[in-house]
Write a protein that binds this ligand. Sequence first.
Ligand code: HEC
Length: 154
Amino acid sequence: MNSMMITVYILLGAGAVCIGSQAPLAAADLLIPATHRAPGQTPVQRGKKVYEQTCMPCHQVDASGVPGMNPPLRKSPYVGGHSARLIGIVLQGLNDGVEIAGDTYSNPMPAFSTVLKDGEIADVLSYLRSHFGNKAGPISLAQVSRIRQILKNK
Ligand code: HEC
């Protein structure tokens, strides 16, 4: 064995240690290129990521909002209510002066139609509708696409 081969073995060994020190990878993960892997496995897991990256700065980690400014998504009649209205809020934003449980909120919410894909909106809303005290069914990608189309033609 020459010294070059030994170096290669040492480098490979170091690589294995690196991989080993991260979160355990399933054998299947190693077969799928990282770029092709979905960030989460279920819609709800993906939706949690979208929530944390996009909605949490305003609606907060526990979805309880900020008094007088950003309304709660916890036990929200909007989140648990009609799917078309809910999808429309995320696509178009909202500046209506929301009132929830006797409290009013005055900040405007920006539109996310160019920020989030239909699948990401379906995922985040499915996550919200099954968490934070909300109990409503999931939202599908097809529902979001349909509402986007309707709002575009208005
Ligand atoms: C820049 C801050 C901000 C971000 C980011 C934001 N919102 Fe909002 N959101 C608001 C504000 C402010 C209102 C209330 C607007 C009004 O009073 O008309 C609101 C209202 C809502 C409502 C209706 C009222 C309620 O409390 O249920 C929903 C549903 C909602 N947002 C969902 C989302 C989702 C989902 C995301 C992430 C994709 C998001 N928001 C990102 C600020 C934000």
